[in-house]
Design a protein around this ligand. Structure first.
Ligand code: ZN
Length: 240
């Protein structure tokens, strides 16, 4: 079984189409979307349609919740808040019903998927430090948890002490637990502007973090033309 796992599309259709093209060459059996399909970018409705079209099992991220008015966005920064109001105005009723149907966590035989943390998924905290990883390992009852939210691909290992790395290939060892951040399709923040996604092959017991180029100028122009905050366009080029 091969899973194509992606997250944080953030209404960036140009990026998402490149990732879909790349995933279609990977013999993927099932697609998993870890949330934040909307927010920031200029094509939220088109991106939701693509997720549905892939028949992906999708989760609800904080920006998805904000767009359907189920999250208090008082703590969002100014740009995220403006983008959130813009997104609300640019979703169809069907998009809203779809986002409302999504869960925070899904469980599979030997892994779980979540947008933010397995410890408390509805609070949308980050897993950034070894301490964050430790709390999450303590409640993870599967070998692997795929997560996202920070837009930075990284893998944590429940070694003693806990370790992490940003290698593009993870060889899964029996008895070991993993927290694997799959990065972001539509707004990478690790300094590499290319879209990120992951492939998990259950037979080979390997995970790969892939990066693909996309037409960044096109995505930027759509954000600028939509009258979304300029910074949301410019950050795409920087990958942060
Ligand atoms: Zn996000």
């Amino acid at each position: 079984m091969r899973y194509g796992i992606f997250s944080d599309v953030h209404a960036n259709l140009d990026a998402f189409e490149s990732v879909i093209d790349a995933m279609e060459k990977e013999n993927i059996d099932e697609y998993l979307c870890l949330g934040d399909t909307v927010g920031y970018g200029a094509q939220p409705s088109e991106c939701i349609a693509k997720v549905r079209n892939l028949n992906a099992t999708a989760l609800c991220g904080n920006h998805d919740l904000a767009a359907i008015e189920r999250l208090n966005i008082e703590f969002f920064n100014f740009y995220a808040r403006r983008a959130s109001y813009w997104t609300r105005d640019n979703l169809t009723n069907s998009d809203i019903t779809y986002l409302e149907s999504l869960n925070f966590v899904e469980h599979y035989d030997n892994f779980a998927i979540v947008h933010s943390t397995i410890y408390c998924p509805e609070e949308f905290n980050y897993i950034l430090t070894l301490e964050d990883a430790e709390i999450n390992f303590s409640v993870l009852d599967k070998p692997i948890c795929f997560m996202a939210h920070s837009h930075v691909p990284v893998s944590f290992f429940d070694t003693d002490p806990i370790t992490y790395n940003t290698e593009p290939e993870i060889k899964l060892e029996p008895g070991q637990k993993y927290l694997i951040n799959v990065g972001s399709v539509g707004q990478p923040r690790d300094g590499d502007p290319r879209s990120a996604y992951a492939v998990y092959d259950t037979e080979q017991q390997r995970v790969w973090i892939r990066r693909v180029e996309y037409d960044i100028e096109s995505a930027m122009n759509k954000i600028l033309d939509a009258d979304l905050p300029d910074i949301l366009a410019h950050r795409l080029k920087e990958g942060k």
